[in-house]
Design a protein around this ligand. Structure first.
Ligand code: ZN
Length: 105
């Protein structure tokens, strides 16, 4: 039996092993502590003492530290057409700031 096949067999057995209720609960808890950023749509920790998203009360959305930090003075609407479309569809005010950008907060 090749090393690959041994590894695959062991991996499959481990993957199908019976998990305790505790393990299942912990995995579900960890999965539920992730939330997608509403701008870049990537998942980030949000819970269990790690909060990598900032809530926008203006839009009732969550933005990751990268998006929030990089767009503190607004986003260029032409660069985020899908996001701007979604904001308009949700009925939020899409007016732009003095620079011609859209404020997330
Ligand atoms: Zn983001």
């Amino acid at each position: 039996m090749s090393a690959c096949k041994v590894f695959f067999t062991l991996y499959t057995k481990l993957d199908n092993r019976q998990e305790s209720g505790f393990a299942q609960t912990m995995k579900r808890n960890v999965r539920e502590k992730f939330k997608d950023c509403d701008l870049c749509e990537l998942p980030f920790h949000y819970g269990f003492g790690r909060y990598e998203l900032k809530r926008s009360e203006k839009l009732n959305m969550f933005f990751c530290d990268i998006c929030a930090g990089g767009n503190w003075d607004g986003i260029v609407p032409e660069g985020h057409e899908q996001f701007m479309k979604r904001v308009a569809e949700l009925g939020f005010d899409t007016s732009l700031n003095k620079k011609g950008w859209f404020d997330l907060y």
